[in-house]
Design a protein around this ligand. Sequence first.
Ligand SMILES: [Zn+2]
Length: 355
Amino acid sequence: MIRLSDNVLMVNDMAGLVSRLRRRIPGFASVGVLTDRNVEETVIEQTGLLQKISSSAHMSVVKPGEASKSLTVVEQLSQEWLEAGMDRNSLIINIGGGVVSDLGGFAASIFKRGIRFINIPTTLLSMIDASVGGKTGVNLGGAKNQIGTFSRADEVIIWTGFLKWLPSRELKSGFAECLKHAFLQGGEALRLVNHGLPADPATLASLVEASVKFKDSVVNADLYEIGQRKILNFGHTVGHAFESASLLANAEPWLHGEAVAAGMLVALRLSVRVAGLSPDFAAKWEEFILNNFSIPKTCGMTSMSLMQFLRYDKKNVGNSLRFVLLKEPGMPLFDQEIAAESVREEVELVLSLLS
Ligand SMILES: [Zn+2]
């Protein structure tokens, strides 16, 4: 077991995960486990994880996907927990990807004015991003993460062995956040991702370790996102717009990382345009992104429709569009205001690269 930060642990195998949980659970009056149907049918059933950790835990299973991140589901869960007799001294264990940890963390943070929770991420994206950093929340209509809390998990326990159940499309999606962390750190971190998603589990585990440590260091310096934490939104301003638009367009919804990869294409171009990033650097990594992420087709999306979604981004103030840009690899700048028309032009260009 390695401690990556004060609340993030990395275990080497299933036995390590089980023994850690069995040490934690006795301190609580009751335990609720939250997962989604996909994770229940693969990871939990095939490993017998639930029986190994607690025979009396109350199990809640939600539908996989963003639709479960809603206030309606929060109400249903709270009702279930109430009926199961859970109280202030109960523990919630979220086992799954970002939807499960965002939803379960949010519900736990407001149930009985807040109970404790542990995250066990099963996707690459949730290991290096969603389950670390204390942001929880649900969507409101089509707009992502509009309601939520800053609430840190009691503990995050990472076992990269779960990734063998993850479809390759989801692995790539998580790798987009690894790439984002590498842009923000520069140097050695960029060399670690240079060859694409590692096929070998040990290399993948070290990439996860490095990525989590970086995210945690940024979050600890600025939990409430008053300043430096904003750099983690690199690629996300337009990324969220792609994500929302893909839910409306007549196409398969994009995964978060796919949208972030596309958002980083726009952010790299804007960085060259206004922040002095080297055009050669941007061109090299633009090609890398196009080759490594299998970003879906942009069916029906237009620069105008994407610009509409940018209005909802809670990082914008008034009508100005605010971006995280790169001056150099490892030198991000946040709160960079850019004229909407310049953004639209680069979005248009990126749409043409993706179509
Ligand atoms: Zn993200």
